[in-house]
Design a protein around this ligand. Sequence first.
Ligand SMILES: Nc1nc2c(ncn2[C@@H]2O[C@H](COP(=O)(O)OP(=O)(O)OP(=O)(O)O)[C@@H](O)[C@H]2O)c(=O)[nH]1
Ligand SMILES: [Mg+2]
Length: 447
Amino acid sequence: MNDTIAAVSTPFGEGAIAVVRLSGPRAVAVADAIFSSKKKAGELPSRVQQYGKIIEDGRVIDDVLLSVHRAPASYTGEDVVEINCHGGILVTRRVLDAVIAGGARVAEPGEFTQRAFLHGKMDLTQAEAVMDLIRAQTDLALRAATEQLEGRLGARVREIRELLLNLLAHIEAFIDFPDEDIDPDTGATLLKHLDDAREKIAALLRTADQGKILREGVRTVIVGEPNVGKSSLLNVLLGYERAIVSALPGTTRDTIEEVINLRGIPLRLVDTAGLRESEDAIEREGMARTLQHIERADLVLHLADGSEPRRQAAWASAGDAHRPELLILNKRDLSEHASWTGVEGVRISCRTLEGTDQLADDIFRRVMGGGVALRDSSIAINARHQACLKTAAQFADAARSALTGGLSAEFIAIEVRAALDAVGEVVGKADTEELLGKIFSNFCIGK
Ligand SMILES: Nc1nc2c(ncn2[C@@H]2O[C@H](COP(=O)(O)OP(=O)(O)OP(=O)(O)O)[C@@H](O)[C@H]2O)c(=O)[nH]1
Ligand SMILES: [Mg+2]
């Protein structure tokens, strides 16, 4: 962290303005070396923009606005300099080159945020929320990211740590007096605290599915026989004519993927080739792809033509029983074939749009488990948090068995301490380079 790092923090390409950002002990000195203005960068008050020019080898590269954000009151906790230059590809590049020539080095992806974490400006959950925020595709995802960035998840995790720390202190008191057994009253109190912590861990673990959905979207595949209206449904949900629709069975041969925002949930919607017996090589390849998509799907929308006789689905063997599947009967504008009477399913018409609002509600409910999850809290842990918390839960369970099994305090303490460590990793007592590298390498350059 002794280096001064620099990067273009805005996307690559043409734009009105681009931001080149520096952070580190020499940030202000580097700025002084290349910035020409009425005031030197070193003389500027913090967070005030100064107009000037970037000069390299006596030549003006660009007119810019420059601001200095002094440590520790900056994003990274170090001295930060931000240069607002013109947003051309070449001019931005030249400003960055000038900064590098002035003594900074090019930043790794996420290195600014990593420094913010290392300087204690934010915990790991907040650092991760920065990227969630940037990548959020729906309002719900954005809300979850914002709240995590504000530290709500971190606060819940620290609450669990406090509980476990307290518990550990009590248990360790017994280690100091090896002749004393844990009396039943104390044992019951300890157990209560342990169960309390365990329940709080479980509550966070229950938000994992929600976290995965908001971050990655729900892989949703529309499957059914040819001509039932799969492509029509894709178009209806998307709101425009994306896929070719025709009365000819076998119209869609390849899979078509689009992301839609359904009541705040990102759905990765896949329209597929209709499944039927076929000798056509291209159609068969299309169907093979359909089956692959079913394998990977989080949700299957099984579409059937309600005006046609009901038949056994041809792909049932491909799916596994745990995958949610929603039966949808299309072509409700035509009269329903008698074989569907009493069959549970959402009845819609892609032609008249009847029932499609109901369908959106049903999909939302299926995905969000009744829709309650997000209303209760917008906490949504990610896969890393989930792994740490699962480990913590296992150690908490082991501590419980040790306690109820009447094992000596030392043994209980070992398990509680292990649980504590696992919980701590969520917010980042992560001092291993490898873990930090893994987290921050997914970031954008310049963030
Ligand atoms: N009456 C009626 N016709 C519909 C409805 N939805 C789709 N169709 C018609 O059904 C035919 C097939 O629609 P597609 O959306 O191409 O069906 P598909 O399932 O994608 O078909 P393949 O790609 O061939 O597997 C077209 O002629 C549509 O206009 C509906 O709700 N009512
Ligand atoms: Mg189609």
